[in-house]
Write a protein that binds this ligand. Sequence first.
Ligand code: HEM
Length: 207
Amino acid sequence: MTSRISTGLWALLAAFSLIIAAGSLRYLLPQVPGIPPDVAKNLMRQPWLVMHAGLASVALLVGPIQFVPRLRAARPGLHRWLGRIYVFACLAAGGAGLLLAWGTNAGPVAQLGFGTLAIAWIVCTAQALRLAMARRIVEHRRWMIRSFAMTFAAVTLRLYLPIAPILGYPFMDGYRIISWMAWLPNLIVVELYLRRAGLRRSVIVPA
Ligand code: HEM
């Protein structure tokens, strides 16, 4: 039963990740269709937005694969290679995200919300990498779960965007709140999960 719930939850996370990544990859086209007008005004848009959207999409696509226990056990080499790709994508997209946070047209609340998210994303991912290299696998796994909670902010942000306009509030007010709400609840949920699960079962990655 528990494993069926976990599989269902994983499939849902993977499907949302795939949809958002596919939509974001349009930023790699020479003429970007449907760029939000406020994002087009971002002071750091050139060249950082293309790099950010492209690499963050890679992180969203690779992340869910890394959490499949059977694949990790059967193909540890593949897990390591995809892990390197995921870490590179998060660190580079996070750096670009920090610059975009500085350049946003949405004002200081959003600058701080996105900026804090970018730093948290980089810190969680770097910590997960360090622990993997030290072969401290249980802790590595905990930090990768935190890292993906940050990556998944790209999905939660887009799910929350319609809420303010539907309730009759200005889009920009909602956007500023979402720069925090897209990731803080993700982090809280993950911390509660990690505390509850304890993650006592260590994941063995052969040397
Ligand atoms: C998790 C850390 C992330 C941070 C700190 C971050 C930060 C930002 C910032 C500041 C902007 C510009 C927004 C503005 O000008 O108001 C932006 C835009 C964008 N980001 Fe991220 N982002 C993150 C994750 C992701 C991920 C995982 C994706 C995955 C696809 C992504 C895709 C995009 C896209 C496509 C845009 C352009 C705006 C749009 O079309 O909706 N970001 N990001």
